[in-house]
Design a protein around this ligand. Structure first.
Ligand SMILES: [Zn+2]
Length: 274
């Protein structure tokens, strides 16, 4: 499942091939993603428009067009963007195709169809249903220790569920939450309001560290994830706890444990995380 580093890699690999290109056609499969795609509206705002920028906030991609509209995309569980020549057969589960003025197609492929592709007037995109609820993106400068400390004090939830809550911090998912808690030495069931200033500062540093490492390693690829060049990431080879149940902790040698929180697996070291 793509998290912040994977979506950032998709943005970085889309940008050089998409910005400045004019969209000359739009096709859709007719099947809904998480919500139905409004094909007529998509055609109206996209065909003839030039791509002005590709950016990311949390796990969302924002593609701004010269038509004063912005496409908001979320990769869901298994979505990916692929550039291809039009004569190359479309892979199964291709749900959206943007034809570009350089002759290439940008295809959105998503076999589980949990993704999102919607269009908003650019001036209203920050108020859209998807974006307005998001908390701070941790790679924004305004994501400070103070911001995190204030959010931690607002709830009494377990810190692992807190990290997954996109309305507090946008972009962290299960893998990077587990890894950040390990690096910070914080037990996943610890209640947020019990974390003091020193531990909040440690968690802040750990979140930045795991996300930056994830980007430096071009994302984590367990199954579906590839960037828009089709390249898989290598961050899965550097993980300390995620997916390592029963394997020895890299620090203390004791077996990594797994527990279920909010229907998601949490991996942790009971010795190193308190
Ligand atoms: Zn350990």
């Amino acid at each position: 499942v793509p998290e912040l580093p994977e979506v950032e890699m998709v943005a970085r690999t889309l940008r050089p091939r998409l910005v400045g290109r004019r969209i000359v056609g739009v096709e859709t499969s007719g099947k809904p993603l998480r919500r139905p795609i409004d094909r007529a509206r998509l055609r109206k705002i996209a065909v003839g428009a030039t791509v002005e920028s590709v950016s990311r906030t949390g796990k969302y991609l924002l593609v701004a067009l010269s038509s004063q509209h912005t496409l908001v995309a979320h990769l869901g569980m298994s979505g990916r963007f692929v550039f291809a020549q039009p004569d190359v057969a479309r892979p199964p589960h291709t749900h959206v195709v943007l034809a570009l003025d350089d002759g290439l197609e940008l295809r959105y492929v998503d076999h589980r169809r949990f993704g999102i592709l919607r269009a908003y007037a650019t001036e209203r995109v920050r108020q859209s249903a998807e974006i307005r609820i998001l908390g701070m993106d941790p790679l924004e400068e305004a994501f400070t220790v103070e911001y995190l400390r204030a959010r931690l004090r607002e709830t009494k939830r377990d810190v692992k569920s807190f990290l997954l809550d996109q309305t507090r911090i946008a972009g962290v998912g299960n893998i990077y939450a587990c890894e950040a808690l390990f690096l910070a030495g914080i037990a996943p069931r610890r209640r947020t309001h019990t974390l003091g200033d020193a531990r909040a500062a440690k968690l802040h540093g750990a979140i930045l560290q795991v996300l930056r490492a994830g980007i430096a390693n071009r994302g984590t690829s367990f199954s579906d994830y590839v960037d828009a060049e089709g390249t898989a990431g290598e961050n899965q080879n550097t993980l300390h706890v995620y997916g390592r149940e029963g394997e020895p902790c890299h620090v203390c040698g004791r077996p990594i444990r797994r527990l279920v929180q909010g229907a998601r697996s949490t991996f942790y070291c009971a010795e190193c995380q308190r």
